[in-house]
Design a protein around this ligand. Structure first.
Ligand code: NAG
Ligand code: NAG
Ligand code: NAG
Ligand code: NAG
Ligand code: NAG
Ligand code: NAG
Length: 339
């Protein structure tokens, strides 16, 4: 294949950043793209009318809560890695609003990546575009798809006409390519968790706060299992393609979040260390009147009881599940995780 001179030059300068040596460089920054599983405050800031501006770094709690009821896993990963976190994830986000504008909040491939550009690139779109982070010193972690597949979307047949699971998976790979085009060279792509085991999709037809109506829980359960397995398989293949395409000039790893969460689900006693019996079937944050959120929070578990639960609520993993994830991702970054 013939390459234009400019791209030959580009690949020559990038050779110094070969895959193996990339992985040995100390991580100084961590960049997150995703949804409420990762968001530390952006969603609440937006709904509060305070649009997150340049270099926004607010972290909940204490000022407010995040979707795991406590501190989110990126904070722990930042702690373990002694790295600065740049978290662009937003609760409710999907990968591509042009495919499924669930709540029309900043999606990964446009809004969230544009925030990255705003914070870290000067001269964007010009001949003098400069990335102000050392590509060997930051890792981009993408974790998206829960809202792309879930209620008000594929799970309830509400996806846009003509959109398929292949588009959902493709968007993840394209959003990685877009970050590569900005100069990012280290990536981890988190697979979807076993959403079919989350209380919302576990087969129960009981109304819950996220869906306070009658529904066919068994059908949802089977669909989610199928959707998650399909998207995870497609994204895994896409990551393999990226590796081949980049020929060692960038590092991209697929992280098997599915298996890690399945392991926690099957052996809660090995991971959940609160003062109640460990459980992967129940959750802490109660909304026991599913038609009225004013009752949410009444009867929640408290204090050290929280770490007994795999789930914070019917859809979100707990803070302790997040600590386990952060620990394992840190191993992954260091090439020491079998997930
Ligand atoms: C919401 O906005 C108000 C007024 O701007 C501010 O005082 C408050 O801290 C904000 N709360 C959150 C959760 O962002
Ligand atoms: C953490 O990183 C900071 C800034 O790079 C550095 O000054 C400090 O020594 C590091 N701490 C540890 C425990 O490595
Ligand atoms: C970066 O530049 C491109 C091309 O000019 C433009 O479409 C995009 O909106 C810019 N992004 C930001 C965050 O300014
Ligand atoms: C987003 O969706 C639009 C509309 O389907 C599509 O044209 C575009 O290629 C998608 N972008 C990505 C990155 O998937
Ligand atoms: C499934 O979720 C429902 C709530 O939707 C809950 O009542 C039930 O205990 C859960 N069952 C299992 C096996 O996790
Ligand atoms: C559970 O273990 C984590 C470490 O994974 C620790 O930070 C936390 O304090 C423990 N929780 C309790 C209630 O002991």
């Amino acid at each position: 294949m013939l390459l234009p001179i400019s791209s030959l030059l580009a690949s020559f300068t990038l050779l110094v950043l070969a895959d193996a040596s990339l992985q040995q460089k100390k991580v100084k920054h961590l960049v997150f793209l995703g949804d409420s599983y990762t968001d530390q405050s952006r969603s609440h800031s937006i709904s509060n009318g305070t649009w997150p501006g340049k270099n926004y770094q607010e972290i909940y709690p204490p000022a407010d809560t995040s979707a795991d009821g406590g501190v989110q896993w990126p904070w722990y990963l930042g702690l373990y890695a002694n790295a600065t976190i740049h978290n662009y994830a937003v609760g409710g986000a999907v990968c591509n609003n042009s495919n499924s504008a669930l709540f029309d909040i900043p999606d990964v491939v446009h809004g969230q990546e544009d925030w990255f550009v705003e914070d870290h690139i000067t001269g964007n779109g010009t001949a003098h575009q400069v990335l102000r982070l050392d590509p060997s010193e930051f890792v981009v972690i993408l974790w998206i798809g829960t809202n792309d597949l879930g209620i008000n979307n594929f799970a309830t047949d509400d996806q846009r006409d003509g959109v398929s699971l292949a588009d959902v998976a493709n968007c993840q790979i394209e959003s990685i390519r877009r970050m590569y085009s900005f100069g990012a060279r280290r990536f981890i792509v988190n697979s979807l968790i076993p959403l079919e085991l989350a209380p919302l999709y576990n087969g129960s037809s009981a109304p819950v706060i996220y869906w306070p109506y009658e529904h066919d829980g068994e059908a949802w359960h089977k669909r989610m299992q199928n959707f998650v397995a399909t998207v995870n398989t497609l994204v895994k293949l896409g990551v393999k393609d990226l590796k081949e395409e980049w020929k060692g000039q960038a590092s991209v790893e697929w992280f098997d979040t599915y298996s890690l969460f399945k392991e926690m689900y099957d052996h809660p006693e090995n991971y959940f260390n609160g003062t109640l019996p460990p459980t992967s079937h129940n959750w802490c944050h109660r909304c026991d009147v599913p038609t009225d959120w004013h009752y949410c929070g009444i009867g929640d578990c408290v204090g050290d009881e929280r770490d007994s639960f795999m789930w914070w609520d019917e859809l979100h993993p707990s803070e302790q599940a997040g600590r386990v994830l952060a620990d394992e991702i840190w191993k992954k970054i260091n090439g020491k995780s079998h997930y």
